[in-house]
Design a protein around this ligand. Structure first.
Ligand code: FAD
Length: 406
């Protein structure tokens, strides 16, 4: 039986397009299948991209890519009932991360890929996958395709792995991401942008919210664990609207989207490769939320590039069981290293209500500092008192602090 291509990529988001661009540059015969009418039609991000991986994929991306604004200001807001703690950090001229709008960005990246010769079949939904004659057969709404190597870039639902029986549906390991794009006046020079991270504004949920400044819109959204939704003060469908209203952000809602976010953590990552098959981006569960950064896009681009390079080696060897090459290359890259580095903070954030409790301790402590009464205590006495009130021992607090800075 003949194959239709050396490699078939399922999913035309950042990971699939990056795999496609790299594999085409390596001279492979590649087909990419995307269920949306165009790349970006089905893709959701909060919208802050750390651009180091993009610059490796497309060296002059800073000049040509449809990036919105460089993020030059970080603001954290912690809400604890009637108290609020805010801190901001500014670094003018910083060009390490940019706000992006995925509908624009992915479409641009797809046009870059097509100009390099990548064949993208849009409106093509993969409906089943099975092994046949040493390769993988993909059934779609537009016919059947076969390749000796498939790259699953279908996002959090990892359809190819699931159709092959290699993954379970694991929403208990996912977060719900909801987001609106709001038309508003952005009173900042074009060279500046702000990322606001907001915790504790909607009570009950585990997770937080964000506001990113685009050129002339704001991206406003929340990412919360599915298991905490029943405890939320507002139903899931009203989460982002309620969040925006509480922040007092007004303007026309141009876009609403909701999407699952993988949230496995380094030690719980799913199977990343099998014979004839590689997982990239969200399909591989590559997401970092370490309390300071939310990163999926740079990991998607980098893992896609690594998959494209690994595909070249695998095709050259004509041994499609040698997909562990991809894993070996991932281990050498920042992708798995950064996921591992973030694991202790992932655990800390994920541990019950840790974040909320320490936020409350900090708010109470600040309130103590700014309150003058006759029985004034030292800061350490107040800290011990507040921790005790929350049932946290000093040893536990120190241990958690070490995990937070590790
Ligand atoms: C609300 C929210 C906020 C986020 N904020 C950030 C952020 O600020 N910064 C950051 O770096 N990351 C963020 N992320 C994570 C980031 O968006 C993802 O990690 C990234 O989009 C992963 O890219 P991907 O290409 O692997 O998957 P996706 O972008 O999900 O692409 C998968 C593609 O596969 C296609 N597909 C799926 N099933 C099929 C099928 N059966 N047949 C054919 N095609 C199929 C889809 O249409 C889609 O185009 C956020 C995510 C969400 C939801």
């Amino acid at each position: 039986m003949s194959f239709d291509a050396d490699v078939i990529i399922v999913g035309g988001g950042l990971s699939g397009l990056s795999a496609g661009i790299t594999a085409i540059k390596e001279g492979l015969n590649v087909i990419l299948l995307e269920r949306g009418e165009y790349s970006g039609a089905k893709n959701v991000s909060g919208g802050r991209m750390y651009i180091h991986a993009l610059q490796k994929l497309i060296p002059d991306a800073l000049e040509r890519a449809p990036l919105e604004r460089p993020i030059t200001k970080e603001t954290y807001e912690f809400y604890c009932k009637n108290k609020k703690l805010t801190f901001s950090f500014e670094e003018k001229d910083k060009k390490n991360s940019y706000s992006v709008l995925r509908a624009k960005f992915d479409r641009w990246l797809a046009s870059e890929a097509e100009s390099l010769g990548l064949l993208i079949s849009y409106s093509t939904l993969v409906t089943n996958a099975y092994r046949e004659n040493g390769g993988i057969t993909l059934e779609t709404n537009r016919g059947t395709l076969r390749a000796p190597l498939a790259i699953d870039a279908s996002g959090v639902t990892s359809v190819v792995f699931r159709y092959l029986g290699l993954r379970n549906f694991t929403p208990d390991k996912w977060m719900l991401g909801v987001k609106e794009i709001i038309k508003t006046n952005v009173n900042l020079p074009e060279s500046e942008g702000e990322a606001r991270t907001i915790v504790g504004l909607i009570s009950g949920v585990k997770g937080g919210g964000f506001v990113y400044t685009n050129k002339d819109t704001l991206s406003v959204g929340m990412a919360v664990t599915f298991d905490s939704l029943p405890k939320s003060e507002v139903p899931a469908k009203d989460l982002v609207e309620s969040f925006r209203e509480k922040l007092g952000i007004e303007g026309e809602v141009l876009e609403y989207s909701a999407h699952a976010i993988p949230y496995y953590g380094f030690k719980n990552l799913q199977q990343l490769y099998a014979d004839n098959l590689i997982a990239v981006g969200d399909s591989a569960g590559f997401l970092i939320n370490d309390g300071f950064t939310i990163r999926g896009m740079d990991l998607a681009i980098a893992s896609g590039m690594i998959a494209g390079l690994a595909a070249k080696k695998i095709v050259e060897m004509r041994d499609f069981t040698k997909t562990s090459i991809y894993y070996d290359m991932l281990k050498e890259s920042f992708v798995l290293k950064h996921l591992e580095l973030a694991y202790s903070r992932f655990e800390l954030i994920n541990k019950g209500t840790t974040l909320n409790i320490y936020t409350e301790v900090l708010c109470d402590l600040l309130s103590d500092m700014f309150t003058v009464t006759e029985d004034r205590k030292t800061l350490i006495e107040y800290a011990l008192l507040r921790l005790k009130e929350k049932g946290i021992s000093l040893t536990q607090a120190i241990r958690d602090m070490i995990s937070a800075v590790k």
